[in-house]
Design a protein around this ligand. Sequence first.
Ligand code: ADP
Ligand code: MG
Length: 432
Amino acid sequence: QVVNYAPFTLLPSAVPRALFEQAYAVQQDFNLLVDAISQNKEFLEKTLASTIKVDDFTARLFRIYIQVLEEGLAQTVFLGINRSDYMFDCELDGTAALRQIEINTIAASFGGLTSRTADVHRLVLKVLGKTEEASHLLPNNPAKGLALGIAKAWELYGSPRAVVMFLVEEVQRNIFDQRCVENELWNRNIRVVRKRFRDVFEQGSLDASRRLYMDGQEVAVVYYREGYVPQVYDQQNWEARLLLERSRAVKCPDIATQLAGTKKVQQELSRPGTLEKLLPGCPEAVARIRATFAGLYSLDEGEEGDRIAATAIADPDRFVLKPQREGGGNNLYGEELREVLEKIKDSPERTSYILMDKIKPQPALNYLLRAHSPLRVSECISELGIFGVYVRQGQELVLNQAAGHLLRTKAIEHADGGVAAGVAVLDTPYLV
Ligand code: ADP
Ligand code: MG
């Protein structure tokens, strides 16, 4: 095995205080929204109808969703851990605006490692003789916040001997991030096991009341850190996923909440009237959410889709073309966007994508420190993520919080990609 340090910036990056506070202030609203979508079968069905005709992965997830609903859910406790990501768009008048890139509802990562980042940057600033500036860096401990949610779900499950199962990757590249959360659970005397889909296929079973057992060990909570890309699913792993979804264990997220995080859902949310329907009686929450939206456009067949496709082909640098995928490196920009859209513009395949306005932040200089990479100054842009955690029991929301933040920074020559994709590095906001 090979161990590297997680990549990080040498210096913290400036973040406008007002936008940082805006991002925190809207997080509980986003938790409510994701939770509401996950309970709204009609909305999910209607929104994903065109997508699942052409996107096989989303279609398979959707089939499991319908199957477990038809059988009847075995659990009334729901645990959501998400991360809403933003960039700071540079407006025409020179001011910056908070614009949501996406909300991750499954396997939102780096809450663990980033619980250590502020300490690193505090030390760097002190070494540079900037003790005063060092004292301004905010404390940040998402690991603790995420563990709080998992612990609450475990407690509500109500079986002290049952474990929390982290569903992890085949090749475990980000184990230390997960360990930070895991250790918080051990500190609360909650047992944690780490398993892969393959292990679930081989050792998993349900009893008559659909309690989940792994080799005789009851599982109270399944925390997915895997399962969002098609490549991990062979036939056995699909069966394992179905077993988990059918089970009484609390799933983080359940399959409905994973579907709520698709790009297609994000795009439909930006249509006038949609937020109001999903969050009736919450006009303030709706306004806070909408204020973070960038322009999002459907490529469904019809006049609306034809028009935006033509606009994007004529001016590709204004847009990002996004398929229904997670994990970075899937979006298309510039010339590539134009080529792909030209090719698919008259075929139903285009409905597996959405278009989004491209956010253009003001770059700043920093050093990106990565194992085996030369040290040089780069022009960089940052992306802020806010972690959200909530627990619902039946119709009652028993926990709804923002659980900390993540700042990732990358060189401007990379259009796409996060820390795991080897593009972005961990950073700390310095509020200005
Ligand atoms: P994924 O689910 O693969 O992470 P994202 O929507 O988060 O997909 O996009 C991946 C990366 O692409 C983001 O982290 C960001 O750097 C870049 N990106 C995405 N959308 C935009 C946009 N509208 N404008 C500019 N950059 C974007
Ligand atoms: Mg992302």
